[in-house]
Design a protein around this ligand. Structure first.
Ligand code: NIG
Ligand code: FE
Length: 412
């Protein structure tokens, strides 16, 4: 089936070739004014200027009139914990009253609270709840997403989570990548015997995950009181042997050495980065590992924002993601991620759009399918309402500026 979108005021992030954007290149956002876009069988076939379109080649059913609005590639959200059993607003209140994220975790709240609830939930209930969230974020413009396990923390429950993610993958119209995060925290019974839990990850979870093809990446929460640098390296190496590339929770609560470990492991990305020193910034900026920033987690936990400007000025490849999860970022709205990245991290509108599209796609190894308006990629597109300029998107934060979302050439 052929479709032709006409009268696009601005066609955003048109690219003839894929490139991971670093440093200054993050500002280069190619926009075609007064454009058309041709779709065939859900894929982008061609685009160009309206003045060069022979509109008579198309019949009425094939034409979609964008009515002089803006069209962008969908957001690529490369870090989420979208599968969970219950929300945690009671901890939100504890935080308002003065407890820190670490205090709540030490009290048995946090990840362990989510794990207890997830262990009690059925696979079907988890699937239904996650699907609802997935549909919701697609409505906010997300057209590709990564989802982690890590609220199971037992062999059965980690596998249950990964099977839910696999079912979402099989039934969802958008590309989904699965990440195994068995090393999210130590379950209470392994608090004083870390090695036994690491053995369970390596000898019991990973072999089944590999056999059933349940994950694309491996993640570890590398942090004081969670997994040490040495533990992180050893778990990631076990994953790598089975073909899972690392993506690491790094430097969220402390300067832990996680960034350097991630770079050494050849991680696809190191994510969070609220606590960075010069060494971590320099190591990351001169590596091929993507710096994935999750500013809504810093916002929600009232922490320092990651040093986006320093990273970009030092030539790092920066991506943005939502970290959608019940404890530190109970929202998967990438429009808000973009706004807060401009407002609090002083990223430019062009930089946030690139970081949330093409670089997010790279952070999931989905750059051949999504992340830009490029011939051959999925027609996963955001149609905005009437907006005066691209900068208006992050500027007008909290307002819903999306008119329609198209996935594989179909409006959802
Ligand atoms: O990315 N930091 C570790 N994991 C999640 C939060 C998990 C939770 O609090 O449930 C994060 O922020
Ligand atoms: Fe996370």
């Amino acid at each position: 089936m052929v479709q032709c979108i006409i009268n696009i005021r601005q066609l955003v992030n048109v690219r003839t070739e894929n490139i991971l954007l670093r440093g200054k290149a993050l500002q280069e956002l190619h926009v075609l004014n007064n454009a058309y876009l041709l779709i065939e069988d859900g894929l982008i076939k061609e685009y160009g200027l309206m003045k060069n379109l022979s509109i008579n080649n198309f019949n009425e059913q094939q034409i979609i009139d964008a009515k002089h609005t803006t069209v962008l590639p969908c957001w690529c959200d490369s870090h989420t914990h979208l599968v969970f059993a219950a929300t945690r607003e009671e901890e939100f209140i504890d935080k308002i009253k003065g407890l820190s994220y670490a205090d709540i975790a030490a009290k048995g709240g946090g990840i362990l609270n989510s794990a207890a609830k997830l262990n009690a939930a059925t696979e079907e209930d988890l699937y239904i709840a996650a699907l609802k969230r997935l549909n919701e974020v697609m409505g906010f413009g997300t057209g590709a997403i990564e989802i982690k396990s890590g609220y199971g923390l037992t062999v059965d429950a980690e596998l249950k989570m990964l099977r839910v993610i696999k079912a979402l993958k099989n039934n969802s119209p958008i590309p989904i990548k699965a990440t195994f995060l068995g090393a999210h925290t130590y379950p209470t019974q392994f608090k004083n015997n870390h090695q036994a839990y690491i053995n369970a990850i390596k000898n019991e979870m990973l072999p089944i995950i590999a056999k059933e093809n349940l994950a694309d990446f491996i993640d570890v929460f590398c942090e004081e009181n969670f997994f040490s640098v040495d533990e992180t390296i050893s778990i990631c190496n076990a994953g790598k042997e089975l073909g899972l590339k690392p993506k690491i929770h790094a430097n969220q609560l402390s300067i832990s050495g996680a960034v350097e470990a991630g770079v050494k492991l050849g991680a696809v990305s190191v994510d969070h980065l609220e606590m960075m020193d010069d060494k971590a910034i320099n190591t990351l900026s001169t590596s091929n590992t993507i710096a994935t920033l999750l500013p809504t987690a810093a916002f929600f936990l009232r922490m320092n924002y990651p040093p986006a400007r320093e990273l970009i000025n030092k030539n790092a490849a920066v991506a943005l993601a939502s970290d959608y999860n019940p404890g530190s970022s109970p929202s998967g709205n990438m429009n808000f991620v973009n706004a807060i990245s401009c407002i609090q991290m002083k990223m430019l509108p062009e930089e946030v759009i690139n970081a949330s599209t093409i670089n997010g796609a790279y952070a999931m190894e989905l750059e051949k399918q999504v992340g830009s308006v490029t011939v051959g990629k999925n027609a996963n597109l955001i149609f905005t309402k009437q907006i005066p300029s691209l900068a208006y998107l992050p500027y007008s934060f909290g307002n819903n500026l999306i008119d329609k979302v198209m996935i594989n050439g179909k409006f959802i």
